[in-house]
Design a binder for this molecule. Structure first.
Ligand code: G6P
Length: 368
């Protein structure tokens, strides 16, 4: 069925703007306030299997792999279950020893990515429970897995994934809540997590207000040939995802790094022609990331900061500031990626690129 642009210039922009709605759809019927937990209809795990999980492997490719990194932080923090994140293309051939009571989640928008499908089949063959975290209903990976969770993000047409990514982060947060609540997490803590999650659609809506400003930032930096993206903790995957978005659609080289790793290499790239995008919302590592930012500034590197509104210090250090609402840590990756999606969109447009169908890329990669 043809999906119309509904007045937007591109599918990517439409899908970026659909995120408040796609997040609501990801959560619809899944937040159980009475029991302060999440509910999923299709995990197909017995109570015994649920309680005995000792490890979770999250696997996927591209943007889905980035959401797996967010999932690692969330599940380890909220559910205290050890998590491994694996590129599906590596997992399928590496043949790692996998302990009993391991759950393997294949994360995929399309449900058709060949490497993710093969990695799930391979782990299933070895007797592990496999689950799909997937957008396309009835897709190959959804069918191959023992159970799973649909994203309900609606069709994603733009090759660069946007709304599927934020929905993946949202579903992973709900899974972390769910596994946490059948372990140590208190009723009170569960209820607070639900409240945090419920803020996500509104916060993304507010973050979208930065679009006009992001456009002016894009005009300023559109000719850069190299851009660094730096963030920490929950926003380290955001840095990777921001850099990938830029590479995919504007063909500008970009690297995402954990902010504190910068001093071990990438800082050598910093000069007046190499901008750095810092993802620096309020939180426990704010001061540390600020110190990294000052190091870049001291070396003459232009700085674009994605920061919480009302941050009183940021304007003094960054050249350009994009404000996002101040939100709890667990939904930060969902909110802070929005300006980065828009930045790549505008830079790509200004460089004359085909944002919805970038060269050399496919929406789903069904070959190895
Ligand atoms: C392709 C797409 C990416 C996507 C990746 C994984 O490379 O261009 O946008 O992140 O495949 O796709 P999946 O459908 O498995 O999430």
């Amino acid at each position: 069925e043809e999906v119309s642009l509904q007045g937007y210039d591109h599918y990517m922009l439409k899908e970026i703007y659909e995120q408040p709605e796609s997040l609501k759809n990801a959560m619809r019927g899944r937040l159980d306030e009475e029991n302060a937990t999440a509910v999923f209809g299709g995990l197909n795990l017995t109570p015994q299997q649920l309680r005995s999980v000792e490890r979770i492997i999250l696997t996927g490719c591209g943007t889905s792999w980035h959401s797996a990194l967010v999932g690692e932080y969330l599940i380890e923090e909220l559910a205290r279950i050890p998590v491994c994140v694996e590129y599906a293309s590596e997992l399928r051939y590496r043949n790692p020893p996998i302990e009993n009571n391991t759950l393997v989640f294949g994360i995929t928008q399309s449900g058709e990515t060949a490497d993710t499908l093969a990695a799930l089949r391979e782990t299933k063959r070895k007797g592990h429970r496999t689950l799909a975290l997937c957008n396309v209903v009835g897709s190959s990976i959804a069918q191959a897995a023992d159970g799973g969770v649909y994203l309900h993000a609606g069709p994603e047409i733009g090759v660069a994934s946007t709304k599927a990514y934020t929905s993946q982060c949202c579903v992973l947060a709900m899974l972390a809540l769910y596994f946490g609540r059948i372990r140590h997490l208190s009723f009170e803590a569960g209820r607070n997590i639900i409240r945090d999650l419920q803020q996500a659609p509104g916060a993304v809506q507010e973050a979208l207000n930065c679009n006009e400003h992001v456009k002016t930032v894009a005009e300023k930096y559109k000719d850069a040939t190299n851009i660094l993206y730096l963030g920490r903790q929950y926003n380290f995957p955001t840095a990777l995802e921001g850099a990938l978005k830029l590479k995919e659609i504007s063909y500008v080289h970009a690297e995402g790094y954990p902010a504190a790793e910068m001093k071990h290499g990438p800082i050598a790239l910093v000069d007046e022609k190499t901008p750095s995008v810092f993802i620096i919302p309020q939180g426990t590592t704010y001061d540390k990331v600020m110190a990294n930012m000052e190091e870049v500034k001291a070396r003459g590197g232009p700085i674009i900061a994605v920061a919480s509104k009302n941050d009183p210090h940021i304007e003094a250090v960054a050249d350009d500031v994009i404000h996002i609402p101040d939100v709890p840590a667990i939904i930060q990756p969902i909110v802070s990626v929005v300006p980065l999606q828009l930045l790549s969109y505008h830079i790509a447009l200004l460089r004359g690129c085909d944002v919805d169908k970038p060269r050399n890329l496919a929406k789903s990669v069904t070959v190895e």
